[in-house]
Design a protein around this ligand. Structure first.
Ligand SMILES: CC(C)(COP(=O)(O)OP(=O)(O)OC[C@H]1O[C@@H](n2cnc3c(N)ncnc32)[C@H](O)[C@@H]1OP(=O)(O)O)[C@@H](O)C(=O)NCCC(=O)NCCS
Length: 375
């Protein structure tokens, strides 16, 4: 049996939610370039129900989602304690999502309720960590505008809300990535939504999945703080065999379609917020990587600068990824529930066989063994 390591390229199930076939990203058959400026709510509806909503349905759906951007007092009381802990924000989020499943109605809460609560909880973690008061969602605003307001405390302009809406759409879904697959495995056991999402957050937390955006900004800060020449920095990193964060992708060998759109947003926001130096540095690094390694920026590369321009601490960047991706996770949980089949693969055993317990136990007692050190 020869399975590729990490199941790379192995098709494990069918989905109608999104596709990256031929390195073209589509949600329910629509190209990401066309959806980039569609309202986030419309894209969520498309991911969950497989079709675009009628205008009236979109209005109702938007009001429903925004109406759920609130948390029970008991959740907030406990979050106030948890979010002040000096752990990484993704650890805080992991505990918070689990807490949402304890202090809310697990049986009654449906995907719109849960998406609204997840966004509100993530904004609240950011505010509590910063020692700032929590804010209330505005019923007449979109989800993207509200979310931006809830964590930043600033009333977004229409232009800012539109740019952030695009960021949310681009991060909403990406077929069977590690966190989505994790959510589907848990859903396949008929566990509840909050348990599926807690598991998805655990998978996203790892540096090989959602942690790259934070590390991209770390790199930019290091180069600037130490006044390093960008080309020299990259040459040294590559010579040391290090992966440069924010570059390369298993599927998009000729460029990530999301990064192309995000670059324009990063440039505009950097200009508006006095962060042009960071944008210029990113452009220089990207040129070098393309010329010398034929590697393109991925979705995390320009997102890092966008989040910095929105005033976010880099440690919270991956939480923003989780906020947007909750839409996709819920779409896959729904699809897995409809499928109703337990995901339980098999493994190929490659360890010793024909072991004899009593004989080996006696032998082990009789001979001096190397001891495994614990602790
Ligand atoms: C995303 C990623 C895991 C995809 O990996 P992959 O498609 O499996 O590609 P591989 O890791 O097999 O890399 C292929 C070659 O390109 C190189 N490469 C890939 N990404 C690289 C990067 N970011 N920096 C330097 N070299 C890189 C590898 O070293 C390898 O070179 P080799 O053939 O000489 O050994 C990888 O590009 C990466 O680690 N990028 C940095 C982390 C990141 O930005 N993650 C967010 C992804 S959205």
């Amino acid at each position: 049996m020869t399975l590729p390591k990490g199941l790379a390229g192995v098709v494990v199930d069918q989905t109608k939610i999104s596709s990256t076939k031929n390195a073209i990203l589509t949600y329910a058959g629509y190209r990401i370039e066309d959806l980039a400026s569609a309202p986030f709510e419309e894209v969520v509806y498309l991911l969950w129900y497989g079709r675009l909503p009628a205008a009236e349905d979109l209005h109702t759906f938007t009001r429903t989602l925004v109406g759920h951007m609130t948390l029970p007092d008991e959740t907030l009381r406990l979050m106030n304690e948890i979010a002040k802990e000096p752990q990484h924000p993704m650890s805080i989020l992991r505990t918070t999502v689990s807490l949402l499943g304890t202090t809310n109605n697990v049986k009654r809460d449906d995907p719109p309720t849960i998406l609204g609560k997840m966004l509100t909880a993530i904004a609240a973690i950011i505010r509590i960590r910063d020692g700032k008061p929590l804010l209330r969602a505005q019923p007449d605003w979109s989800v993207a505008k509200n979310f931006l307001y809830l964590f930043s405390g600033n009333t977004p302009t229409d232009d800012q809300a539109a740019m952030f809406n695009t960021v949310m759409v681009l991060h909403a879904e990406h077929e069977f990535n590690a966190s989505t697959f994790t959510a589907r495995v848990v859903a396949s056991t008929q566990s509840d939504y909050y348990s599926c999402l807690t598991a998805a957050v655990c998978a996203l937390k790892g540096p090989l999945h959602g942690g790259a955006n934070e590390r991209v900004f770390n790199m930019l800060e290091t180069i600037r703080a130490q006044e390093l020449a960008p080309a020299e920095y990259l040459k040294q990193e590559l010579a040391a065999g290090h992966k440069v964060m924010g570059f390369g992708h298993r599927i998009y060998k000729n460029g990530d379609p999301r990064a192309k759109i995000l670059r324009g947003i990063a440039e505009k926001l950097a200009d508006q917020t006095g962060n042009q130096d960071y944008y210029d540095l990113q452009a220089t690094l990207a040129d070098f990587m393309l010329k010398n390694k034929h590697l393109h920026p991925n979705v995390d590369y320009y997102t890092a600068l966008i989040y910095h321009c929105l005033g976010l601490d880099k440690a919270t960047f991956t939480m923003l990824f989780a906020a947007c991706r909750t839409a996709g996770w819920l779409a896959h949980i729904l699809e897995q529930q409809r499928e109703g089949c337990l995901i339980r693969p098999s493994s190929e055993y490659v360890g010793p066989t024909n072991q004899h317990y009593l004989e080996n136990r006696r032998h082990q007692n009789d001979t001096q063994q190397d001891h495994i050190q614990f602790g």
